[in-house]
Ligand binder design. Sequence first.
Ligand SMILES: Cc1ncc(COP(=O)(O)O)c(C=O)c1O
Length: 354
Amino acid sequence: MELTIETSNQLKSKPDANHLGFGSLFTDHMFNMDYSPEKGWHHPRVEPYAPFALDPSTMILHYGQGIFEGLKAYRTADGRIQLFRPRENFKRLNYSARKLCIPELDEAFALTALKELLQIERDWVPDAPGTSLYIRPTIIATDPFLGVRASHTYRFFIILSPVGAYYPEGFNPIKIMVTREHVRAVRGGLGDTKTMGNYAASLLAGEKAHKEGFTQVLWLDGVEQKYVEEVGSMNILFVIDDELVTPMLNGSILPGITRDSVLALAASWGMKTSERKISIDDVFAAHQSGALTEIFGSGTAAVISPVGELRYEDKTILIGQNNAGPVAQRLFDTIMAVQYGRAEDPMGWIEPVD
Ligand SMILES: Cc1ncc(COP(=O)(O)O)c(C=O)c1O
């Protein structure tokens, strides 16, 4: 497929790399591609970043048939641009596509298109420590139609946003509230996909947690409300008796790429790892006995997010004295060093852009 490029003649000024926030600034160009039953995925193009004109009846606006991904481009000390396991993101996008009746993309082509866009926007990849260019590939249903069925037409687009260091002043352990009142996803539902509705479903519990002074919600399974699933929009891991434990993927947990990387790294260090069902009662019992030494979240945004406090009903776990534990710290340092090209990449996780 021929990719066409239209460059913008009105370039924005680049932000100060030392004062970047998250998700509110976008680059000069974006990638777009369309799907129709007659032509399949077609007309791939890089063009100036611009708003869409959508008919008010467009299906994504009514039925939420849409999916997305989140990954980052990193600048190395010698100025190269690289991606971390991007093929996994496109694989997961296609998994989400299948579950939402969206036509799959050619994963190799999507990666080529992303690299093309990144080459055009390479000056937008910030160079201050810990900063990166966040990448948001998205597919939306575009039929102008009211009625519940799968759309016949779609738009795939990729936008880019320069983002700041997650921890400019060192780790900031998060305070977590376990909710039983709300669930994020259920068995047989869409919890293991990145679809918009999952994030809409998480808002009310998140707001309640914020009001009570907590950063994020810990989600329990949607059936028995007993087993730990995720924390906010991260996977969750525990160190119990020197073993790295994380909930087993069960269809309602998002299979995080950072989670997978963390498990692979820990195993390569000779650490025991286990993916299994873990109940919230097990977590409190392990804390009570002294076996629980660390809790942390994993995800693209923060890489590793230590949990300093966990509240469940009237019980609270305080852990780590406001610092990352040794396992969390080592995982954070190692993954960041690979992402920014400061360390060897024995797992083959890095994809150079240029
Ligand atoms: C619900 C949810 N869980 C887990 C993750 C972590 O996934 P990853 O490590 O691929 O960023 C994310 C972020 O993408 C998420 O939105």
